[in-house]
Write a protein that binds this ligand. Structure first.
Ligand code: HEM
Length: 397
């Protein structure tokens, strides 16, 4: 199974453009070439279309019917050189190699070109348009709607929103993610953007720096992802309140302040997106960090097939596993970057008073009442050492 087929199946799952299938109407013409490929096959392949290559894949000679070595051409053992090379190309011959490793016995793997083209064309364009699009949309939103302010202004009283260890966990996750995003994008766009503008030397330095940072900072991201999960999962279980919040557009569209506990439905979406996509990007990243040691796609396709009956390929070459891990890693990372840009906007310039939650940990009481009224009630009803009976302080203290 070549990587074109797998790539197309994967990309179809993600609603990416799928190459049109190649209607193989070449049987008669192929007979005229003695079973070899036709001009149409070559032209179709150049256009990136799928071709039915069974006429080559299965044409591997006939060792079992080989002529005796004493007869004419008998020394070929039933396989011509072309048969042997086809066998090597389609991994259908039993070969011995002197180096070890799971990928060493695959001498030819022709999925590399379609992997490269998918990366250079689809992935780069979707990344560019997606990230550029969300930035333009947020700037437009800011100019249309302005900063979301605290109705009636801040109260001057504060309430503790996140403890120091929660903020530490958040900033480890955020800092590592931002560095992974920047270095990942430098690697993805190096050839297309850095080389034409700054030249090969600049790209070489940036790429060497980026891959080193990317491979090492990934551990901080993975550890803080686990910490964030355990810290906040109990506040992120979906409930009926979330549905009401979503129906009112979260107060972002319109001016309502729908009720919410510690996290509203929008934040729960960000939380679960971070956890699930973060886990997926981490697993595909580990697969890339330890080449050929942690193949995951054949096993995953097996599970998907069992659930959906989709018929995804379950026998993949080591290189195909790496190519899929790379494409998937990039697709998930770009989806996360787009969503996190929106999160950063709301958590900073987009909403008055929001940043304090992760800055000092103390938010204005009025802000908290407007966005998390039920959480404020819960905090207030907890036994409090505060003389006023309320777990609040004064702003600036
Ligand atoms: C770098 C700039 C960032 C800023 C300014 C920022 C700001 C904030 C703020 C203010 C909150 C608390 C909101 C509240 O009080 O309820 C928060 C929560 C959170 N942040 Fe960030 N953040 C940033 C980056 C990130 C990144 C990169 C991730 C994940 C990869 C992330 C994941 C989360 C999660 C899961 C929450 C809890 C759910 C939520 O409030 O949406 N943040 N962030």
């Amino acid at each position: 199974m070549n990587v074109n087929v797998i790539g197309a199946a994967l990309i179809a799952l993600l609603t990416f453009a799928v190459s049109p299938s190649y209607a193989n109407e070449q049987t008669d013409e192929r007979a005229s070439t003695g079973g070899a490929q036709t001009l149409e096959d070559i032209l179709a392949r150049q256009k990136g279309l799928e071709i039915d290559d069974s006429f080559r894949r299965e044409n591997l000679g006939q060792p079992e019917n080989a002529a005796p070595t004493s007869s004419e051409l008998g020394t070929l053992g039933g396989m011509s050189n072309a048969d042997v090379y086809r066998g090597i190309r389609y991994n259908a011959v039993d070969i011995k190699v002197s180096n070890n490793g799971p990928a060493a016995e695959v001498l030819v793997q022709d999925g590399g070109m379609s992997w490269l083209l998918t990366r250079d064309n689809q992935i780069r364009s979707y990344a560019g348009f997606g990230i550029g699009g969300v930035l333009i949309a947020l700037v437009a939103f800011y100019f249309m709607k302005g900063r979301m302010m605290i109705d009636g202004g801040p109260s001057g009283q504060t309430i503790e929103r996140f403890k120091a260890f929660e903020r530490f966990g958040h900033w480890c996750l955020a800092g590592s993610f931002v560095m992974l995003a920047i270095t990942g994008l430098l690697l993805l766009f190096g050839r297309a953007v850095i080389i034409p503008i700054f030249g090969h030397q600049a790209n070489s330095v940036l790429a060497t720096f980026s891959i080193w940072v990317h491979n090492n900072i990934a551990w901080v991201f993975m550890l803080s992802l686990v910490a964030i999960f355990f810290m906040w999962v109990k506040h992120n279980i979906p409930n009926k309140l979330d549905w009401d919040w979503l129906k009112q557009g979260g107060g972002i569209i319109g001016n309502a302040h729908p009720s919410a506990k510690k996290f509203n439905a929008g934040q729960k979406i960000i939380f679960w997106m971070t956890i699930l996509l973060g886990a997926s990007v981490s697993m595909s990243g580990l697969s890339l960090l330890f080449p050929f040691e942690l193949p995951m796609f054949a096993k995953t396709f097996n599970v998907i097939n069992a659930i959906t009956g989709m018929g995804l390929p379950t026998e993949l070459l080591p290189h195909e596993e790496m190519q899929l891990a790379h494409l998937w890693h990039a697709i998930v990372a770009i989806t996360m970057i787009i969503a996190i840009i929106a999160h950063i906007y709301i958590g900073s310039v987009g909403m008055e008073g929001a940043f304090d939650a992760m800055g000092s940990g103390q938010v204005d009481l009025e802000w908290a009442r407007q966005h998390h009224d039920l959480w404020v009630e819960e905090e207030m009803s907890k036994a409090s050492p505060n003389p006023s009976g309320q777990p609040v302080g004064q702003a600036g203290k």
